[in-house]
Design a protein around this ligand. Structure first.
Ligand SMILES: Nc1ncnc2c1ncn2[C@@H]1O[C@H](COP(=O)(O)OP(=O)(O)OP(=O)(O)O)[C@@H](O)[C@H]1O
Length: 324
């Protein structure tokens, strides 16, 4: 236990409007000082979960404890220990960056000199010292995100919630946000709960990842645990047409025991434990059946592969279309 922990049990949220079940019986915990990523496509239920965890909306069912307090019965206690940066920033375009920060310090009860000191410190952390006295309305998207991050850090929160903090940013701005977050997590021990659609972001930053799809957690683990779930290697085969792909898949499944193969456009992806050894079998089968393959490679899986595999299995189980 500790102020930097999150415990979520059987959390569900149904929006009456449209009768949308946005979150379905979700259970997970985040440890003190952990960097936790909630990874999922558009509409998966990430923002809804963040809004419940940060006391902004109520759950339909389940229990949520953040910083050792129940979000329903003790929302004010929870808010004392958290920082929240949502997708829409709460920045007033007519104020300067410095004014925004001073205002935020005031909200948290800092006196004038404390507020000035903390503001200067935060401007330096997010590298906005030079732009501090310009109005926020003229800031670039990246600068606005950095200011937003600084605003969430004013009260030195034990837990920081970030809802897609780098969506829409260019690679260099994304990288600098990553660096601040890593520093904050490593040096200050801040627990970070981050939602993202970017696999690379979760892979680079997170100690642990939960993959959410259609309101359900479909996988959870460290980046390497998730990668090893689907085999150590991938054999990727490219064919000239989708008919060839379908024919090759059926043939390989018939000839090779327990072949785990997915279709993706003109490609077949085969999940295997030992890629180099299995490659020989694959070539032998394709050759024996006169199936022409345009290219064939052995690679290690990325989180992208895991994501596609898991979410397509989830869709198949529900009888929806496969990604193939
Ligand atoms: N206030 C609301 N009223 C009705 N439905 C809602 C509301 N907010 C979200 N939803 C629905 O709940 C589902 C989950 O939405 P949510 O915003 O949590 O997804 P997300 O994973 O954050 O997506 P994105 O990456 O696009 O932000 C979606 O189907 C969405 O349309």
């Amino acid at each position: 236990m500790g102020k930097g922990t999150i415990h979520v049990k059987q959390l569900s949220k149904t929006f009456k409007k449209g009768n949308v079940q946005a979150v379905k019986d979700v259970t997970f915990s985040v440890r003190e000082g952990e960097f936790f990523a909630f990874l999922g496509p558009n509409g998966a239920g990430k923002s809804t979960t963040v809004q419940i965890l940060t006391t902004l909306i109520n759950a339909t069912a389940g229990t949520v404890e953040v910083a050792e307090h129940d979000v329903i019965s003790k929302p004010h206690e929870v808010r004392k220990h958290i920082g929240v940066a949502l997708q829409e920033t709460g920045i007033d375009p007519s104020l300067t960056g410095r004014e925004m920060l001073l205002l935020q310090c005031g909200i948290f009860g800092f006196n004038k000199s404390e507020a000035q000191e903390r503001t200067q410190e935060l401007l330096e952390i997010v590298q906005l010292t030079e732009a501090a006295d310009r109005i926020c309305g003229n800031y670039s998207g990246g600068m606005r995100r950095r200011l937003d991050l600084a605003l969430t850090l004013v009260n030195r929160p034990k837990i920081l919630f970030l809802d897609e903090p780098t969506t829409g940013l260019d690679p260099s701005n994304r990288k600098s946000i990553w660096e601040y977050l890593e520093r904050l997590n490593k040096e200050e021990g801040t627990t970070i709960f981050l939602t993202t659609q970017y696999l690379e972001e979760a892979d680079v930053l997170a100690d642990r990842i939960a993959i959410i799809d259609d309101g359900l957690i479909v996988a959870e683990g460290t980046p390497s645990e998730l990668k090893s779930q689907i085999g150590n290697d991938l054999i990727t085969m490219v064919f000239a047409s989708t008919e060839e792909v379908t024919h090759a898949k059926a043939t390989l499944e018939q000839e090779l025991d327990e072949a785990d193969i997915a279709e993706r456009e003109e490609q077949l992806i085969m999940y295997v434990q030992d890629g180099t050894k299995r490659l020989m079998d694959v070539i032998r089968v394709l050759d024996a059946h006169d199936i022409l393959v345009q290219s064939i490679n052995v690679d290690s899986p990325t989180l992208d592969d895991i994501f596609l595999k898991i979410t397509s299995e989830n869709a198949t189980q529900k009888g929806e279309v496969n990604y193939g």
